[in-house]
Design a protein around this ligand. Structure first.
Ligand code: GLC
Length: 745
């Protein structure tokens, strides 16, 4: 217990667990307890000196606007996220920010979520590893993080009250693991609870989430802060495990807490525990020296991250990279080349220290003739003059580079998208430009994936640059001319159509309810298991060099234990340095439950010089094989496929292994079937003993033919049938209770 707790009055304790303003916590001067400042993140410091808001409306101080999470998620590079975290830490310190509100590790249940630009991936392992790296980086600088939004906040529609109906296995295997990984790996200073309900209870007062799981199972030692305005009832919230309500509610919440303690409705020890956690984190992430960050270095880092995030979806005929020194003109088409779309709308909105646009960067990178045409209006309205001008520019150029994307107004915190289309004027522009000049490169700027109909398969080169931050324009120029490579791999599947997406029929819910009817099957888990065609699969991306994988070996030290060491050799077989992401997927081919066809259970980004070979080692622990069943992680004995590849559908090498792990005995109960009894290590002999007393007729019931009919019958029912012909009356309930008692393991 923090030493200050015993010295604080009830009123002081009740005030400390409630914000003092929009961004600051309370202080208690007489004990030297000073306020702490929390502010957004997650891809830049949004510090507001004056009016506070959580929707990106009012001004904030200049800060480096890094690529957003859908971009950084595409790097698959924890080391880079760690560097980004460190830079955010120094910029936070300079502004006196003690906790930066991020990262967001919510799963991308549907590509329609307006906030997918702020989330890493459709896979919990990838999101968890990258989130942990980001947090390690920022917390090394003495600035706390706030892992968000816990939990099952996967849509913006009705986000402040919608009830996410999610079965426990799906929560455990899909929506919680990224949070679990980060808490266990990085001990974030804080976890931010979500606005929504989970299975009928608001996340802000969800004891199972906030106390049983987060603290009891995962060992979270920091404090839980509410999302801004997420607390419905401060007394229930504190009792459930929430430690800090933000923003301030003035004296309303503190007074309610004092009254509840005084009335015996709230145990004061819970308030003491919350205050202790708060003060412990305040001490750990306290006052900072405000050294001036190196904004130029951060801008260069943002550019490196933007390049490493960019996914090259196509490069037919090696159209890219362009030769900066060649003759021939380049038509740069699209308003986004001049007016970059580089961040999302809402609480994460940053005032950048500077902003590179691709057009200026291209002009600075090559002496070739550049002709610019805006091509379309950012508001998506039709403009035939712009269309004609752009088509003409393309027709007379050696190559056309077409900058497309989603306008700001199409995706944001606070609302979801209703379709995956780009503005229709852009599709017309693509068609006209391709007709005028087949040598066309399309560069996309969007937070969430978009419908590439008419673009993919028609355009020789496509670069998905996501929302690349303030340096995204110069990163794209460097990629176009081969100074940098597109280092990204898809962290979210690009579907062919919205109707193919897993949550389509259960999105976004209605009347305050949303059913996660697709269960485990989100992203590639859905598309691969249902063998559905996609535009581009999870993990996909091309580079400027080529790689070969060989010598895949999977060692299982002890087949009774779920543990394997996977090694392989990666070689850069191209002519220039580059990076590749080795991906490892596991399939459980003989499970007693349904499981996704394959799941990402390991990955490593390798940077190699031409001709360089490197051995990659990936370790698979129990969770790489396990599924959640009856309250525990379970690894069933049998065959597993370990596959290595470049994306979830290009798995060049795979090895089948067999694990002979102990089969976890199911818990027998009043409804257990005859088969379950006979499969049970303890229950079987107990039942056989009873049957043995029933003479030949009884034993006949266990014959092979009879078991085909009786096996799936609850034992209770069979005993009832048997009791019909018994010479003496049988109390079936008593017999069953005795059997269950004897079979308890
Ligand atoms: C917002 C967001 C959250 C943000 C907080 C403070 O509503 O949901 O991500 O950190 O409020 O702005």
């Amino acid at each position: 217990m923090h030493p200050h707790v015993a010295q604080l009055t009830l009123e002081e304790k009740a005030s400390l667990v409630s914000g003092d303003s929009f961004w600051k916590t309370r202080s208690v001067d007489r004990l030297g307890i000073t306020a702490r400042t929390l502010t957004d993140g997650p891809h830049g410091v949004r510090y507001q000196k004056a009016t506070g808001d959580h929707l990106g409306v009012f001004a904030s101080e200049p800060a480096t606007s890094f690529p957003t999470a859908s971009a950084t998620g595409s790097t698959w590079d924890p080391a880079l996220l760690h560097e980004m975290g460190r830079a955010l830490g120094t910029e936070s310190k300079a502004l006196g920010v003690n906790v930066l509100l991020g990262p967001g590790v919510n799963m991308k249940r549907s590509p329609l979520c307006g906030r997918n630009f702020e989330y890493f991936a459709e896979d919990p392992l990838l999101a968890g590893v990258l989130g942990a790296a980001w947090i390690d980086g920022i917390q090394e600088q003495g600035v706390g993080a706030s892992l968000k939004h816990y939990a099952a906040n996967n849509q913006e529609t009705d986000r402040m009250r919608v009830n996410a109906q999610v079965d426990e296995r799906t929560l455990r295997e899909i929506y919680l693991p990224a949070f679990e990984h980060v808490v266990k790996a990085s001990q974030p200073a804080t976890v931010m609870c979500a606005y929504n309900k989970v299975n009928g209870t608001f996340a802000s007062e969800h004891h199972w989430l906030l106390t049983d799981v987060l603290r009891g199972e995962w060992g979270f030692a920091g404090y839980v802060v509410s999302d801004w305005g997420a607390v419905v009832n401060p007394v229930r919230a504190l009792a459930a495990g929430l430690d800090l309500e933000m923003p301030s509610t003035g004296e309303r919440s503190p007074a309610a807490l004092v009254a509840a303690v005084r009335a015996g409705e709230l145990d004061e020890s819970l308030l003491d525990a919350a205050v202790s956690r708060l003060l412990t984190v305040h001490d750990r992430f306290g006052e900072q020296d405000e050294e001036q960050p190196d904004f130029d270095a951060h801008h260069d880092l943002a550019k490196r991250i933007a390049a490493a995030s960019t996914v090259m979806l196509a490069n037919d005929g090696g159209l890219l990279p362009l030769d900066a020194a060649a003759g021939g003109s380049i038509a740069v088409i699209g308003e986004f080349a001049r007016s970059p779309r580089y961040q999302g709308a809402g609480s994460s909105h940053i005032k950048p220290t500077r902003l590179d646009d691709a057009l200026t960067a291209i002009l600075a990178t090559t002496d070739r003739e550049i002709v610019f045409a805006p091509g379309f209006r950012l508001d998506g309205s039709e403009d035939n003059e712009l269309l004609q001008e752009a088509t003409q520019a393309a027709a007379t150029a050696d190559v056309a580079v077409l900058f497309l994307g989603l306008p700001d107004a199409e995706e944001s915190e606070g609302f979801d998208r209703t379709h995956l289309r780009l503005p229709e004027a852009q599709y017309r522009l693509v068609s006209e430009v391709l007709w005028s000049n087949p040598n066309t490169v399309v560069v996309l700027s969007n937070g969430g994936v978009v419908d590439l109909t008419g673009i993919a398969g028609h355009t020789p080169a496509i670069l998905e640059s996501w929302l690349g931050g303030q340096a995204g324009g110069s990163a794209i120029a460097e990629i176009l001319f081969g100074i940098a490579e597109p280092g990204g791999r898809l962290a979210e599947t690009i579907p062919l159509a919205l109707t193919d997406t897993p949550a389509h029929v259960n999105w976004p819910g209605d009347h305050g309810q949303v059913a996660y009817g697709e269960r485990l099957y989100i992203g590639y888990r859905w598309y691969d298991t249902t063998r559905r065609d996609v535009a581009f699969p999870f993990g996909y991306g091309l580079g400027y060099t080529t790689f070969n994988y060989s010598d895949l070996r999977v060692q299982v030290p002890d087949i009774t234990r779920p543990h394997a060491i996977v090694t392989l050799t990666v070689e850069n077989t191209g002519t220039r340095a580059g990076a590749d992401v080795v991906q490892l997927y596991v399939s459980d081919t003989e499970a007693s439950v349904d499981r996704p066809l394959r799941e990402l259970k390991g990955f490593q980004k390798v940077h190699l010089q031409p001709g360089e070979r490197r051995e990659v080692v990936l370790e698979l622990d129990e969770r790489a094989f396990a599924f959640w069943s009856e309250g525990a992680w379970t690894v069933e004995p049998g065959e597993f496929i370990v596959a290595i590849g470049k994306n979830s559908r290009d798995l060049a090498h795979q090895v089948a292994i067999t694990l002979n792990t102990a089969k976890r005995a199911p818990v027998l109960d009043e409804e257990s079937t005859v088969h379950e009894w006979l499969d049970h290590p303890v229950g079987s002999p107990v039942l056989q003993g009873l049957i043995g007393q029933m003479g030949p007729e009884g034993q006949a019931m266990l014959g092979e033919e009879m078991l085909k009919m009786l096996g799936s019958m609850p034992l209770r029912t069979m005993l009832n049938f048997g009791a019909q012909n018994a010479p003496e009356p049988i109390d079936v309930d008593e017999v069953l209770a005795a059997l269950l008692q004897q079979s308890r393991v």
